[in-house]
Ligand binder design. Structure first.
Ligand code: MLT
Length: 404
């Protein structure tokens, strides 16, 4: 008789964004006339810019000709893309990362969910609270998180590092030493970030206690302040304690085409075993490479035209962020984020719970956001709006919220 992985039974409810989608679908069925504005999931709305579309068209044509056809992609990604990543994202920032430390994938979500499997189940993870739910849920599935307490909404074997207005959304070093530390900067969901000096303290801490940092930098393109690091490898010593995960979803609008990469430095060695080698083994066994067409689009992101076009697109979303941020402030809300990230994090009015505010906003303003408590217990009483909608919808949503 076969047995299932009972860790899945421990997961409370569905994945946050599936849950929200179900609720919104039920509302639309009951109110087919409602003109819903979706500022919930951080999904882009602007079309992929011309340089990348052109590269994909060209690659599609190549696939239709035996002379230029491509089958399986190399496990770790095509050299043309890995070299472009190294040159633009690392060497240009003074970081000594080489192409054989880059692993191209189908996106940051899969990598951030999968990376935990190269670590022992005995490791203790630490997460910021609130946090992107994939980090905790994937560790639950692996059996690393202990017992769930529905009252506190906490797992017994997870170290939570609260990030709230009280500590300026800056996590403090936990009392007990973690083995694996997840950091997402600029942060999803709070839209806040750490300065480079603050990040350096985390790198020093991880090296000191022998922990590894899983650094999710999916929102790097949204950094506007000069004292914020674009990659953790700008910090001294990060190559001996950090894996970095990057995405093309948010900077280049690839949420629907899927492309990302993970950096596993060769200096990461545990008990004589190379983590780079382990991730290469995992990648080779379980992944057959991101599609050639999409990797060519990724390469085009680094062309001069691609860089100019994605900069404009990021600017468009950041203008939405500013519009939402200032609009909410003017309406009397307590608001955070939106300066180095496409997320606006607000305090719910009149001490409403996050889910009550979600229902209230959906029913009264037909606006969808994301309840802060869906990201962890310290997110209770907060709410997230994304800047990834259109400008027009951001303005309309704001008007409706102001009129509540
Ligand atoms: C979010 O809304 O938090 C993200 O878009 C989800 C994701 O990137 O997987």
């Amino acid at each position: 008789m076969y047995k299932i992985n009972t860790n899945y039974q421990k997961l409370p409810g569905s994945y946050l964004f599936s849950n929200i989608a179900k609720k919104v679908n039920a509302f639309t069925e009951a109110h087919p006339e409602a003109d819903i504005i979706r500022l919930g999931i951080g999904d882009v709305t602007q079309p992929i810019a011309p340089a990348m579309i052109e590269a994909m068209h060209k690659a599609v044509d190549e696939m239709g000709d035996a002379k230029t056809f491509h089958g399986y992609a190399p496990d770790l990604g095509y050299a043309f893309l890995r070299d472009a990543i190294v040159a633009h994202d690392y060497q240009a920032r003074g970081c000594d990362i080489s192409a054989d430390e880059i692993f191209v994938s189908d996106g940051a979500k899969s990598d951030s969910g999968n990376i935990q499997e190269i670590f022992s189940v005995d490791n203790r993870i630490a997460v910021c609270d609130p946090v992107y739910p994939v980090y905790v849920d994937s560790n639950v599935m692996a059996g690393r998180t202990g017992v769930y307490d529905a009252n506190t909404q906490m797992w017994s074997n997870v170290i939570y590092m609260p990030c709230t207005a009280e500590n300026n959304f800056v996590p403090e070093f936990p009392k007990e030493n973690p083995d694996i530390i997840y950091l997402c900067l600029p942060n999803n969901p709070t839209g806040t970030t750490l300065t480079k000096d603050q990040l350096q303290e985390w790198v020093d801490y991880a090296n000191r206690i022998g922990a590894i940092i899983i650094y999710d930098a999916a929102y790097e393109a949204y950094i506007s302040e000069s004292n914020v690091a674009h990659t953790i490898y700008e910090c001294q010593g990060a190559k001996t304690c950090a894996i970095e995960i990057r995405s093309f979803s948010k900077n280049a609008g690839f949420t629907g085409v899927r492309l990302g990469f993970t950096v596993v430095p060769k200096d990461l060695v545990c008990d004589g075993v190379s983590l780079n080698g382990m991730w290469a083994r995992r990648h080779g066994t379980k992944f057959n490479g991101a599609p050639y067409i999409i990797q060519r689009a990724g390469e085009a992101v680094y062309s001069d035209a691609g860089q100019a076009q994605i900069k404009e697109q990021v600017g468009y979303y950041m203008n939405n962020a500013k519009t939402i941020y200032t609009g909410l402030k003017d309406a009397g809300y307590e608001v955070y984020g939106g300066i180095n990230a496409p997320y606006i994090w607000l305090k719910t009015p009149e001490n409403m719970t996050s889910w009550d505010f979600f229902d209230f906003l959906l029913e009264k303003a037909n606006v969808v956001g994301t309840p802060g408590s869906g990201f962890g217990p310290s997110g209770e009483g907060y709410f997230r709006l994304t800047a990834f909608g259109s400008y027009e919808n951001s303005v309309r949503a704001l008007e409706r919220i102001k009129n509540l």
